[in-house]
Design a protein around this ligand. Structure first.
Ligand code: UD1
Ligand code: MG
Length: 450
């Protein structure tokens, strides 16, 4: 089974500069959801028809073939543009729309099986939706067999009351599809070549057309507007939350938990409310994440606690405690049992096992060993206004409160820095560095002032 996915449309109703099919549902472009479902249903090849914003779609989507539909003359015309890719094909072609991201591979698989079993020339998936506005309506014969599909804009008031709609998911006999397509006309309300007209043409040729109904209309939602995008996002996230809970993750309040489709979480991890887990984030077992955490493209070990924090594109080991109020920025690697708390920012740094950054630090461009204790308010001075420099800190280093470590600088193993120091020179192993003005007490100063 091979697949054609239609993704060339402008998405006019989205009112967006971004091609519609690249808008994300649960953190993944809707077109990617469609491709993933097709592959998991056993599709061996996906040809994506692109047009509007074609370059961007090609950049963002991989593992498929593309054909260009230079002018968007309708869904039927879009499929015809893919004809050359299927020269001589005589098996099943599945056609999907890039703007229906909610169906599962499982549903597609059943649908394809039904098509093959019925030996139909074409099969279309249908569903009954609460609001059919915008969809093509399924018109059936008195005996319940398929008669035709009427687009919303072409439908009369009687047809508009029908709530059984075309889900935009089809299977065709390849040869019959491309034959019939050449006979599709554009004499309709939109002046477009409609793919659903192929079904009517094949039927009038005496071919068997199957309209397969699914109860689960949530899987067939087509996204043409931002309101539908929000609806799809909600459905996808609910599905994701249920999947995770089924696999042994506790979600305290699914309604305020936003987990992207690709996120992985280990058993016995608890997700507290107001938490956003985004992109390709992977979280280990027995963690406590949130409340109020945003983790994007993060790798997190086991037994990690993270509350009130924003962490992105970084790696965190086992038993780490983060927060409250922590910002972990890209290219940071935090080893096991590190503690990072209260108003700390770490960027482009490596923090060794068991080190503590408990309050008010900025650590940027720093390689820190294990067992260090960094005092409150200590910072790496990594930027001179033009260039960034690294700070190197060995194992078991103690940095006193409110110290500035002016990079490039090295603090060797066991070094101590006195509170309030501005360190501009390397500190050898086990030395104490004091770099601040000595205190002078002026005796009787206040009496003289009076
Ligand atoms: C389409 C169907 C409708 C169905 C609905 C399901 C047609 C004529 N109508 O309507 O029966 O109920 O989907 O969601 O097929 N596209 C192209 N090239 C074009 C036009 C569209 O590639 O020239 C692509 C779009 O990018 C989109 C898909 O085809 O991914 C569907 O097009 P859209 O304009 O959204 O059709 P609908 O009005 O939703
Ligand atoms: Mg649509």
């Amino acid at each position: 089974m091979e697949t054609i996915i239609l993704a060339a449309g402008k998405g006019t109703r989205m009112k967006s500069k971004l091609p519609k099919v690249l808008h994300k549902v649960a953190g993944k472009p809707m077109l990617q959801h469609v491709i993933d479902a097709a592959k998991s249903a056993g599709s061996t090849r996906e040809v994506v028809v692109i047009g509007s914003g074609a370059e961007l779609v090609e950049q963002k989507i991989s593992g498929v073939e593309f054909v260009l539909q230079a002018e968007q003359l309708g869904t039927g015309h879009a499929v015809l543009c893919a004809k050359e890719k299927f020269a001589g094909a005589d098996d099943t072609i599945m056609v999907l729309c890039g703007d229906t991201p909610l169906f599962t591979g499982e549903l597609l698989k059943k649908f394809v099986d039904a098509h093959i079993k019925a030996k139909a020339a074409a099969t279309v998936l249908t569903a009954e939706v609460p609001d059919a506005t915008g969809y093509g309506r399924i018109i059936r014969e008195d005996d319940g067999t398929f008669r035709k599909i009427v687009e919303h804009k072409d439908a009369n008031s009687y047809e508009r009351q029908i709530r059984e709609v075309n889900a935009g998911i089809y299977c065709f006999d390849a040869e019959k599809l491309f034959d019939a397509l050449t006979n599709v006309k554009n004499e309709n309300a939109q002046g477009e070549y409609y793919l659903p007209d192929v079904l009517t043409i094949l039927k009038s040729n005496g071919e068997k057309i199957n309209a397969v109904f699914t109860e689960d209309y949530n899987q067939t939602l087509g996204i043409n507007s931002r309101a539908q995008l929000a609806e799809a996002d909600k459905i996808m996230r609910q599905r994701k939350n249920l999947e995770l809970m089924d696999s042994g993750v506790t979600i305290i309040d699914p309604a305020t938990t936003f987990i992207d489709a690709a996120v992985e979480i280990g058993v016995d991890t608890i997700i507290y409310p107001n938490t956003y887990l985004e992109g390709n984030t992977k979280i280990g077992e027995s963690c406590a994440i949130g409340p109020n955490a945003r983790l994007a493209d993060m790798i997190v070990g086991d037994n990690v606690q993270a509350q009130f924090c924003y962490c992105h594109e970084a790696e965190i080991g086992d038993g780490v405690i983060l927060g409250p109020y922590v910002h972990i920025r890209p290219n940071t690697k935090i080893s096991n049992k590190v503690k990072i708390g209260n108003f700390v920012e770490v960027k482009n740094s490596n923090i060794g096992e068991g080190s503590k950054l408990p309050h008010l630090q900025y650590i940027g461009d720093c390689d820190m060993g294990g067992g260090c204790n960094i005092g409150c308010g200590a910072i790496t001075v990594n930027y001179d206004g033009k260039k960034k420099f690294r700070t190197t800190i060995g194992d078991n280093v103690f940095v006193g409160c409110n110290s500035n470590l002016v990079a490039p600088v090295t603090l060797e193993n066991g070094a101590y820095v006195a509170a309030g120091s501005t360190i501009t020179k390397n500190v050898p192993a086990d030395n104490l560095a004091i770099a601040r003005a000595r205190q002078t007490n002026l005796e009787g100063w206040n009496d003289k002032r009076k």
